[in-house]
Design a protein around this ligand. Sequence first.
Ligand code: SAM
Length: 190
Amino acid sequence: MNGDFVANARQKLPAKLLTEWLPRLKLGGGNALDLGCGTGAEAEWLAHNGFTVDAVEKSPIMAQAARERCQGLAVNVTLGDFLDFNFERGKYSLATAINALPFVAKDRCRMLIEDIQKSVAPGGAVILAVYGPDHAWANRADMSFWTKDEFATVWPDWTVHNLEEFRGDLPLMSGETIFQHRIHLVAQKP
Ligand SMILES: C[S@@+](CC[C@H](N)C(=O)[O-])C[C@H]1O[C@@H](n2cnc3c(N)ncnc32)[C@H](O)[C@@H]1O
C-alpha cells in the first residue's frame, strides 16, 4: 500500500449513505460496529454522533490511521480480520460496513451477514454498501457480488428502508477510477 493511497484514504469523508440515513433512523446512539473501517472516517463520525464504536480493520496501516483519526473518541479499533471477530449477540444498535464486505468470497460473506444480523439488537439497524455483478472486479472469486434482488432476500424479516444500486466510473481510495456497481442497503431489525 503506497503513501498516496493512505494519504488519499485519510482525506476520505464519511459515506453519505451513513450520514444521510442514520439521522432518519433515530437510533439514539449506543454501540456501533464498523467492519473494514479503513482510515476511520465513518467511525469518527459515529463517535461524534453519540455512538461508542467497535471498528475492525485488517490492514495495519489503515488501522493505525483510524486510531490516529479517532484519538480521544469512543472508538476501539481492532486490527484483524472481521471473519475472526467475536460478534456479541444483540450488542449493537448499528452495524455498518462501507465497501468492505465485497472483499470476502460469497460463502464467507453470507456467514458474516448472519453474524452481523445476530449482533444487532432488536430495533437496531444495518447500513451496508456492497458490490454488484457489473463491477469491474466481478471476475474475482475471492470477492463477493450481489444483485440488488439477491441482496434483498438476505433480510427477510427486516424492514428495508432503502435498497438502491449505482453504476458508474467512480474513484477508488487510490485515486484510480474504475467502473463500479454498488448496492446500498439500510435495514432495521424488528
Ligand atoms: C474499500 S475500503 C473501505 C474502507 C472504509 N469502510 C471506507 O468506506 O472508507 C475496504 C476496507 O476493508 C478492509 N478489509 C477488507 N477485508 C477485510 C477483512 N477480511 N477484515 C477486516 N478488514 C477488511 C480493507 O483493508 C479496507 O480498508
